[in-house]
Ligand binder design. Sequence first.
Ligand SMILES: Cc1cc2nc3c(=O)[nH]c(=O)nc-3n(C[C@H](O)[C@H](O)[C@H](O)COP(=O)(O)OP(=O)(O)OC[C@H]3O[C@@H](n4cnc5c(N)ncnc54)[C@H](O)[C@@H]3O)c2cc1C
Length: 419
Amino acid sequence: MKHIILGNGPAGVVAAETLRRAAPGDDILLVGNEAEPPYSRMAIPYLLEGNIDESGTYLRKSADHFDSLHISQYRGRAVALNTDKKTVLFDDGHFEDYDRLLIATGSHPVRPPIPGIDLPEVQTCWTLSDARAIAQLAKPGSRVLQLGAGFIGCIIMEALAKRGAQLTVVEVGDRLVPRMMTPEAGGMIKRWVEKQGVRVLTRAGVEFISRSESAPLTVALSNGEKLDCDLLIVAAGVAPNVAFLEGTTVHVAKGVLVDDTMQTSVPGVYAAGDVAEAPDLFSGRHLVAAIQPNAADQARVAALNMAGGAGKSAARMKGVLAINVLDSMGMISSSFGEWQGVPGGDGVEQADEANGRYISLQFNGDVLVGATSVGLTEHVGALRGLIQGKMKLGVWKQKLLETPTRFAEAFIACQRPNS
Ligand SMILES: Cc1cc2nc3c(=O)[nH]c(=O)nc-3n(C[C@H](O)[C@H](O)[C@H](O)COP(=O)(O)OP(=O)(O)OC[C@H]3O[C@@H](n4cnc5c(N)ncnc54)[C@H](O)[C@@H]3O)c2cc1C
């Protein structure tokens, strides 16, 4: 049996290692299209802060790790797939055949169609090569404009500030992380990062980027302002890497659609990680959950099934729970599941901005289905446990509606149903 794994990020690496354990005699080819050994994008902020060097981002530390596991590696970009002939075509023109295929190609940052977006001082923050370019341009005193304050945008702010850059953030939404945080939580994060010296402009976008005499870049904003800067970082969302699937019968919505065994619409072809859209825990509707722990969990399930798990013995994902834990310049926030609430459900919200604390709980019947928190670093795993376990709250629902910060007590009590 020959397995090809397209993509050597966390999903690809975990899948390759899981496959090796589950199928010791099979051939495994792990493919990546970046120059470096497999690495973790989530370590890039630490690299920019100077806490680690590039090798600190590598997913596996010993140079012969994959050779020692008899996992072959290949550098190339998959450009086409033939699911009838079971072949992958690479950008250098050569084909590889497979018995089982894993699509773990992740996603790429979107560059909005703004005039001037291709100037060299406009960078995304996605790859090690991006990080090198940012390190060159973001020096103490550099004027840095960041377009977008979503999950990735908020994560990289601290690294830019620690490099001594003068940072301005432009976000089209009315708050920070608008697609993951309630208005109150997103507003609190905004006010917090402003206190740390970041200028934040919400409900604003970038309309035009040009060169000028006063700065490498002059950026025209939708609010009429013109800003001079040395570096513009685009953090305006991502899109899954699915172009090579065009014309195949692998079903793609935003990402590659998979079932709970991580198999796509084509038998023998699986997907995992940022590229995959899997059924979510509550509604069953497909969801891309673009965080590293999810990539690893999905990869494990996919690999076990590639190694032969099928029918009753198939490994299954319980359903994806959207989880986002975010450190925005020291303010820790999280959102889980249906954080915006569900039709017909109840919710409660409590804010204590002076102490940097906030909680919102969302219920469907007596089950907690979503939550948003700020500044509640202790016991936040209990929120996850309550939601992921779909625990019946019984009398605890009313207690939580009255005092939502008692979620850790509720979690303990609901694990002992008679208490
Ligand atoms: C700056 C930053 C900070 C982050 N911080 C966090 C965090 O704090 N917590 C967290 O959970 N997540 C974080 N993430 C997200 C996390 O990095 C991703 O969820 C994770 O990398 C997904 O893993 P993956 O293997 O699915 O995809 P990727 O890591 O993107 O790997 C995909 C691989 O596929 C390769 N590839 C793409 N197209 C092709 C092709 N056609 N042919 C062959 N190979 C291809 C790519 O080169 C890449 O090596 C962060 C991301 C960034 C950019």
